[in-house]
Design a protein around this ligand. Structure first.
Ligand code: SF4
Length: 595
């Protein structure tokens, strides 16, 4: 087997978090990742799968996860042993700014002649600044890079200059940075979501399961998702994936939707793989009620659990149609605040009354689980307002907490306000003050030992200190409410309180530590590590509620064997065919975005 065309590396948030004593914020309590943000974007898997169909060999390496799982894992040595034609590094979420650039540095140190390609939302926003780092050779911009990436790989094989690769920022032979037009912005979403069959074959081919896992506990809590669209029709002020951000920075005038029948097919295909958590990302009503109905008709009737996302409250009629098509459905909605004025300032225009009517309708339609998210760090939000939000959580649980169906989360907007969001681009207008603007400022900020100083913003109504303290206060109070409703045990609450008071103590101590006082940080390391608990992370509410789906072992075993056979047969076929599609010429790299 020849060398891979591309190894896609997913860096940890901070490299090397194992040697860098620091206090992380409590963000990972509501997402599957640990504070290292080891979960890679689903886009990696769709890219790898697309490249495979175009005849290019790629491999995903979740470097962050390998480093978490094995304290002695030598990341640089591992990279040194890889021999790809190019490295791809994901800088999608800005919280990876330090880890991504450092990983590029390691790759270049080990392989000075191997090109390094960056991609992702943050890469797009900072493409010109990224090119100032000598370790970065190419940046692929935009939300759809499958086709340009295949075309770039073709040029790398041929040794030619990529003048015609859309969305590409690159350095030519004279060292001049060139910015090719951002023209690959497909109007429909044709690329499949994660192709589980392909992923299994890749694991078997590379005999490397741990590098491919999307996050640490994925084997226990496998997740899958059907993706409705690229882009968004909403404008939440802190979101780098808003309609505003897509229009200004990703060249997308309007959201591109997956055809509803194709989306249903995606969901069913993933569901066929096992019983893990499965979600449709993006509100199915975004493209209109006709779209939503076509999706539900195509799904009807699927009895397995499926979670839908709501961007706004839903009517009883719609929820009943969901219940008819998906009798085992769950819902997620982010209300941001209980205070309608705060919610409006954030860009969401609906009342609590509408939310509560939706909860009742959802229950009547048979909703199995309802997750509601609130956020800290919003325009017009004060510390008191955050505590009032927590009190509202208590009210919601009193009214709708029966049978443990309602799950509530309150978390800080951290570590960064998204570049490209309205709040980042026009901070004064929305009441924000921005501390870090450039990529380099964000990279350096991530090295700060206290998450308070990593935050890139504060608001007119809350300082960074307020945001941090408020996050802990809210979490303590919410835990007590959950205890009263039987959603947490007293031992869990006690443990969480111990961790929180230790975190608060450490925040104060870190405020007194002089910059560069590594001896003091080393002294604090054991306390910081036990507070962060990256390796021995306690179960969070996200996981506790997720025990609705475990793998079907018999089916999984059968599936792995069948995919192993398929992988073997496809290798044989490729051998007989005497070459890949990619060897047939440049045309494959520019074939349509569809698969
Ligand atoms: S946060 Fe708001 S703007 Fe961003 S993707 Fe969700 S609905 Fe769209």
């Amino acid at each position: 087997m020849g060398k891979p065309d591309l190894v896609i590396l997913h860096p940890p948030s901070v490299y090397d978090f194992r040697r860098q004593p620091k206090l992380y914020g409590p963000v990972s309590e509501v997402v599957p990742s640990t504070p290292v943000f080891e979960m890679y974007p689903f886009g990696f898997a769709t890219l790898a799968s697309y490249l495979h169909r175009q005849g290019y060999r790629s491999r995903i390496v979740n470097l962050g996860l390998r480093m978490i799982n094995d304290p002695s894992f030598d990341a640089e040595g591992f990279i040194g042993r890889l021999r790809p034609r190019a490295f791809g590094i994901g800088l999608h979420w800005l919280c990876h700014a330090q880890g991504a650039i450092e990983t590029a540095r390691l790759a270049k140190r080990q392989h000075p002649d191997t090109p390094v390609i960056f991609g992702g939302f943050s890469s797009t926003y900072y493409h010109e600044q990224l090119m100032e780092y000598p370790e970065v050779d190419y940046v692929l911009r935009g939300d759809s890079t499958e086709v340009p990436l295949a075309k770039l790989l073709w040029h790398l094989r041929e040794g030619s200059e990529p003048h015609d690769v859309p969305n590409l920022t690159w350095r030519d032979a004279s060292g001049e940075v060139r910015v090719n037009p951002l023209t690959n912005v497909p109007e429909t979403l044709e690329v499949r979501p994660i192709d589980h069959a392909f992923m299994v074959r890749t694991v078997l081919r590379d005999r490397d399961l741990s590098s491919n896992l999307p996050f640490r506990d994925w084997l226990e809590y496998p997740m899958g998702s059907g993706i409705t669209c690229r882009g968004c029709t909403h404008n939440c002020v802190t979101c780098g994936g808003s309609e505003y951000a897509f229009r200004r920075f990703f060249g997308r005038e309007k959201a591109a939707f997956r055809a509803p029948e194709a989306l249903a097919e995606d969901v069913k295909n993933i569901r066929g793989f096992g019983k893990g958590f499965l979600m449709v990302v993006g509100d199915i009503r975004q493209a209109g009620m006709e779209y939503a109905q076509r999706f539900l008709d195509a799904m009807s009737v699927m009895n397995d659990p499926l979670t839908l996302e709501l961007f706004t409250p839903a009517t009883g009629g719609f929820l009943q149609r969901v219940g008819d098509a998906l009798p085992n459905f769950s819902l997620e909605i982010s209300l941001e605040s209980h205070d309608e004025e705060v919610r409006r300032a954030f860009g969401k225009h609906y009342s609590n009354e509408a939310v509560e009517r939706s909860i009742e309708s959802a229950y009547s339609a048979g909703c199995k689980r309802l997750d509601i998210y609130f956020m800290i760090g919003l325009p017009k939000q004060t510390r008191q307002s955050v505590m009032d939000t927590v009190a509202y959580c208590g009210e919601l649980l009193d009214r709708y907490g029966r049978e443990g169906r309602l799950h509530l989360f309150v978390s800080p907007l951290a570590p960064f306000l998204d570049p490209g969001s309205m709040a980042f681009e026009e901070p004064e207008r929305h009441g924000y003050r921005i501390f870090h603007r450039t990529l380099e400022e964000h990279r350096r900020a991530l090295l700060n030992p206290s998450w308070k100083y990593v935050l890139n913003y504060e608001t007119e109504w809350m300082t960074r200190e307020d945001i941090v303290l408020s996050s802990y206060e809210a979490s303590l109070e919410l835990n007590r409410i959950k205890l009263r409703h039987g959603l947490m045990s007293s031992q869990e609450v006690e443990k969480a309180e111990q961790r929180t008071s230790q975190a608060l103590r450490l925040l104060e101590v870190l405020d007194q530590v002089d910059e560069g006082d590594t001896a003091k940080l080393e002294e604090l390391r054991p306390q910081l590590e036990s507070t962060n608990a990256i390796v021995a992370r306690p179960w969070n509410d996200w996981e506790l509620g997720l025990r609705l789906g475990q793998w079907n072992l018999v089916k999984q075993g059968f599936y792995l064997v069948s995919q192993g056979v398929a992988a073997f047969m496809s290798t044989l076929r490729a051998g007989f065919a005497g070459g890949s599609k990619a060897q047939t010429g440049q045309a494959t790299g520019v074939s349509s975005g569809s698969d």
